[in-house]
Design a protein around this ligand. Structure first.
Ligand SMILES: CC(C)(COP(=O)(O)OP(=O)(O)OC[C@H]1O[C@@H](n2cnc3c(N)ncnc32)[C@H](O)[C@@H]1OP(=O)(O)O)[C@@H](O)C(=O)NCCC(=O)NCCS
Length: 190
């Protein structure tokens, strides 16, 4: 396939990602907007998860808002496009915030977006007066594990999590993840 034959929507998105990569390399991530993910964002979720993951995110969003037990944050490009995301669940480990559903668009990985959103999620945990962050990382996801170690997370156990996924033909199946559990004591900021 030549460049000319490419789907114009896809090639537009590819150009956007190239520009964004350059922009982040020059200006870093700290000037990018981080705010609450909302249901309208799910229609612009290219690169952040397949259809079944989007349904898990939609479910999680129902638990956000006033009195909710989950915070969901997104890093946005200047046009509002979500480029990285992650959530904190306050229900799965009592007395701790559990980081879940962390994803950066593939083409923008390794630029600091994951570290940035984790920093903002840790702020959310502190705002609730909680000073322990937990996360689970699949045993074969050693790159992500190294990132969490660099950010101060330490291994303290392991677990098995199962959830429903959908294969490429739309058939549901049960996925089991073998996860290493990691924990970080958050600094109390003045
Ligand atoms: C894990 C993830 C969120 C990190 O986001 P990111 O924006 O690349 O994070 P940063 O740029 O801040 O940090 C990059 C670090 O993550 C590691 N990393 C993990 N997976 C990576 C990938 N696929 N591409 C680039 N870096 C990756 C790098 O090794 C790097 O660590 P290093 O600096 O020690 O080399 C992202 O790689 C991702 O979405 N992965 C797929 C989904 C996933 O595994 N989520 C985590 C579930 S626990």
């Amino acid at each position: 396939m030549t460049d000319k034959d490419k789907n114009p929507v896809n090639s537009h998105f590819e150009y956007f990602l190239k520009d964004m990569r350059k922009h982040i390399k020059v200006f870093g991530v700290k000037n990018l907007i981080v705010d609450d993910l909302n249901t309208e964002d799910l229609s612009k979720f290219d690169g952040l998860g397949n259809a079944s993951h989007i349904e898990h995110v939609r479910k999680a969003l129902k638990r956000t808002g006033l009195g909710g037990d989950l915070d969901y944050l997104v890093v946005r490009a200047s046009n509002g496009q979500p480029i990285a995301k992650g959530a904190v669940d306050y229900n799965s480990n009592k007395g701790a915030g559990t980081l879940i559903q962390l994803t950066t668009i593939h083409e923008l990985r390794g630029l600091g977006l994951g570290s940035y959103i984790i920093e903002k999620l840790e702020d959310k945990i502190r705002q609730r007066g909680i000073y322990t962050a937990i996360l689970g990382v699949e045993v074969d996801n050693q790159d992500a594990k190294r990132l969490y170690e660099r950010l101060g997370y330490e291994e303290f156990g392991s677990t098995q999590e199962s959830w429903e996924e959908t294969d490429e033909y739309g058939n549901p199946y049960n996925y089991t993840a073998h996860e290493i559990l990691m924990m970080k004591e958050l600094l109390r900021l003045q």
